[in-house]
Ligand binder design. Structure first.
Ligand code: ZN
Length: 150
């Protein structure tokens, strides 16, 4: 298990140092801002939806390691998915990070996102990890306003 933890930390660090899909998206069909005042994380998520597919997704902003890694992994995961698939992944991710540390989780079903499952042991970090996801959902719903974790 400790080897796995180290691997997870490496992946998180890699995404923090070199966030994927970082920067605004000119062609965005939806966008939303998110803030986690507790930690000071701020994020903007840009989506380009064509038909029912997330053709492109990018993010910008500044936050802690966990919020940046989560946003980066989210964009990698959701790019090319249908809106329905994105919602299923959102629910799966959200259920995992908000679950009690004693519950079994389907890490295989989470794919790369499994590296973030450990945040459920740190309640303060759950908001950091889920910020990008709530913001993504607001962008998908076209709410176009600011999401806050508070
Ligand atoms: Zn944070």
């Amino acid at each position: 298990m400790s080897d796995l933890r180290e691997l997870y930390q490496e992946v998180i660090l890699d995404h923090t140092k070199r966030p994927r899909n970082f920067g605004p998206l000119e062609e965005a069909t939806g966008r939303a801002n998110g803030a986690n005042p507790l930690c000071g994380d701020v994020i903007a998520v840009y989506l380009e939806v064509v038909g029912d597919t997330v053709k492109n997704i990018r993010f910008a902003g500044a936050g802690c390691a966990i919020s940046t890694a989560s946003a980066s992994l989210m964009t990698e995961t959701l790019k090319g998915k249908t809106i329905e698939e994105a919602q299923v992944i959102f629910d799966c991710f959200h259920d995992t990070v908000t679950s009690s540390p004693d519950t079994e989780v389907d890490l295989a079903g989470l794919g790369k996102l499994a590296v973030l499952a450990g945040v459920r042991e740190f309640p303060m970090r759950v908001k950091c990890a889920s910020l990008a996801w709530h913001t993504m959902r607001a962008a998908l719903d076209g709410e176009n306003d600011t999401v806050t974790t508070e």
